[in-house]
Write a protein that binds this ligand. Structure first.
Ligand SMILES: Nc1ncnc2c1ncn2[C@@H]1O[C@H](COP(=O)(O)OP(=O)(O)OP(=O)(O)O)[C@@H](O)[C@H]1O
Ligand SMILES: [Mg+2]
Length: 240
């Protein structure tokens, strides 16, 4: 099984948008895709269960018949930093729990597992005097290949480079990056910034996604359009 971890320069950068588009294009290529959103903060209560929008959207796109709870085992009501949400709920997020959920996802018959991170690369899960635990530690423990979503806005060059450098420092492969316009306001000098990232990041750019602002289209339809613009060949050629 091939395992892809979607990270980004920041929260709201388009991880879910890209993870769904990627799921779509891989399914179109004949793959069975399972999805995982280990931790979410910002949920609705539905029949006594905390349900997260990202997990719902991922579940609409994947084709492995997973339940929402399998896709997103750790969920908090408030849209705040997960380790703070956990503290307020009087609990700790354990790495074992995150890995257990992942093992369930990878135990399906899927060809590819796509994990959506939360926030950016160094998202804290648990603060300890001895050693802090980050979501990147999970990506590392599970040896996933990483895709970096860059939200094209002022400051993104620094965020993209620092994220890329940390992925490498953590010993993981970054298979490619995606330039995403997650806002209706286009970045000034977008082309020059994309050219700069192309020079600075030594991995393939697998998509350049405009902001899909068509009011008559649903979010799923916009994601389907974005899927057509992703070049998956750099993702499939690396040995699994
Ligand atoms: N290229 C795009 N065109 C249109 N809308 C987009 C695009 N990229 C992202 N969006 C929208 O921008 C918002 C933020 O994107 P998304 O939810 O994918 O970010 P995220 O990185 O997953 O955020 P989080 O850290 O909360 O998980 C969403 O409403 C999403 O539908
Ligand atoms: Mg998301």
């Amino acid at each position: 099984m091939k395992n892809l971890f979607i990270t980004a320069t920041d929260t709201d950068a388009g991880k879910t948008f890209v993870a769904c588009a990627l799921t779509k294009v891989l399914i179109n290529a004949g793959k069975k895709v399972a999805v995982y959103k280990p931790i979410s903060a910002g949920c609705q209560l539905e029949d006594g269960q905390l349900v997260n929008e990202d997990a719902q959207l991922l579940s609409q796109f994947a084709n492995s018949g997973q339940s929402i709870q399998e896709i997103n085992p750790i969920a908090f009501l408030e849209p705040i930093a997960p380790h703070i949400a956990a503290e307020k709920a009087n609990r700790k997020i354990s790495m074992d729990e995150v890995i257990q959920g992942y093992n369930q996802v990878t135990a399906t018959s899927a060809d590819i597992a796509i994990t959506e991170g939360a926030g950016g690369w160094r998202l804290p899960l648990t603060l300890n005097k001895k050693s802090n635990i980050f979501l990147s530690d999970f990506a590392k423990a599970s040896q996933q290949d990483v895709i970096l979503v860059v939200n094209m806005k002022l400051g993104c060059l620094n965020h993209a480079l620092l994220t890329y450098e940390m992925i490498k420092a953590d010993g993981l492969n970054c298979l490619g990056w995606i330039a995403n316009n997650a806002s209706n306001e286009p970045m000034n000098n977008l082309t020059e910034n994309i050219d700069s990232l192309t020079q600075l990041l030594p991995v393939p750019q697998i998509a350049q996604l405009r902001y899909f602002n068509e009011e008559h289209l649903s979010l799923s339809e916009k994601i389907n359009l974005a899927a057509n613009q992703i070049n998956i060949s750099p993702l499939l050629t690396t040995p699994a």
